[in-house]
Write a protein that binds this ligand. Structure first.
Ligand code: MG
Length: 350
């Protein structure tokens, strides 16, 4: 008797589903119970796997070695505003940057390719990675290549790991009541551009992914805000709602967001409506959420706005003592709880 796949007969909680890759609560629970089980926080204030931060931070002398890794599985591989190569560099550079590590020491690149993949596409991805590295002042210093059989994966998967040294690290859990929340620019562009391209909405001219390295932008904010910048995160999978919920839970504060202050382009707003998606749940690949003490909020905002990538930056919210762990949306007409997406509205997004 052959023991064929039994997935179809297994209860949902015994198998991994796409919702476990969505960047929200289901994914965090799965990781806590399986992949991260038994890994505890390091000594000496190190930030390790159990912190579920954007990367790890290890003390080296009086500095910090920041390390992060990310596998990129986007579909389509070439999309309006970018491609998997640009994403693979920007994603890792940005995870380092929101830990406070804006000068990249080096990146690794591990590429798994499906048999039959076009060599010209691989060259195009490589050129894109090189250009993005140039923008981020980063270099790929080592790598790995594997080829798998036709149908064993869909096209190409790129894993990048980044390392950087930082004088001080910024976690995603340092918020206190009264702190301001700054968003570096409009939300929803990446996920909505991807989804519009997949569905052939014909809006490709207007909708473009925001995928870009933002370590230069973050450096400017850190120089202006200094120690008053107490938390940062990039709102990727799960969107702004997931990133802020995670920050609120870890910091044990409530966060109230002023909806009118959240920048969203008209094109994203209308496409999201057509697609039935909430821009607050949609992945971004060139944005940061910055938590800052109130006295430094204006200086941080000014620094962001003086950078071309931060022209639309805005103070979008305030941290509260009450409603700890909750994200509240002030619509101007009333307040409601803003939850993170439980499932995955957009699989294969980053
Ligand atoms: Mg991140």
């Amino acid at each position: 008797m052959s023991s064929g796949p039994t997935i179809g007969r297994r209860p949902q909680d015994e198998i991994v589903t796409l919702k476990h890759g969505a960047g929200g609560r289901a994914m965090r629970t799965l990781i806590e119970e399986t992949l991260a089980a038994g890994f505890i926080e390091g000594d000496g204030g190190a930030i390790g796997l159990a912190a579920f931060d954007d990367g790890a931070a290890l003390p080296i002398g009086d500095r910090w070695l920041v390390v992060t890794t990310d596998s990129h599985v986007i579909q389509p591989i070439f999309f309006p505003g970018g491609d998997i190569g640009r994403l693979a560099i920007a994603g890792t550079v940005n995870d380092l940057a929101v830990m406070g590590a804006t000068e990249v020491l080096g990146l690794t690149s591990a590429v798994v390719i499906e048999e039959g993949f076009l060599r010209s596409d691989l060259e195009r991805i490589q050129r894109s990675m090189q250009e993005t590295c140039h923008e981020a002042k980063a270099k790929i210093i080592t790598g790995d290549t594997k080829v798998m059989g036709h149908g064993e994966l869909d096209g190409v998967i790129i894993n990048t790991t980044g390392v950087a040294l930082a004088d001080s690290v910024v976690s995603d859990s340092g918020l206190s009541p009264g702190d301001r929340i700054i968003l570096s620019g409009p939300i929803g562009d990446h996920g909505i551009a991807l989804m519009a391209a997949r569905r052939g909405l014909g809006l490709e001219g207007e909708l473009r992914s925001d995928v870009a390295p933002i370590n230069g932008l973050i450096r400017g904010a850190l120089d202006a805000g200094g120690d008053a910048i107490v938390a940062m995160k990039d709102p990727t999978r799960g969107g702004l709602a997931s990133a802020l919920t995670e920050m609120a839970e870890k910091s044990r504060v409530g966060i109230v967001i002023d909806e009118a202050e959240v920048p969203i382009s008209t094109a994203v707003r209308s496409a999201a409506e057509v697609l039935g998606l909430d821009p607050f749940h949609i992945a971004n690949e060139g944005k940061a959420v910055i938590g800052v003490r109130p006295e430094a909020a204006q200086a941080t905002l000014d620094a962001l706005r003086s950078h071309p990538q931060g022209a639309d930056a805005a103070v979008i919210g305030t941290c509260l003592e009450e409603h700890a762990g909750r994200l509240i949306l002030d619509t101007g007409f009333g307040r409601r709880l803003l939850t993170e997406p439980e499932g995955e509205p957009l699989p294969r997004i980053c």
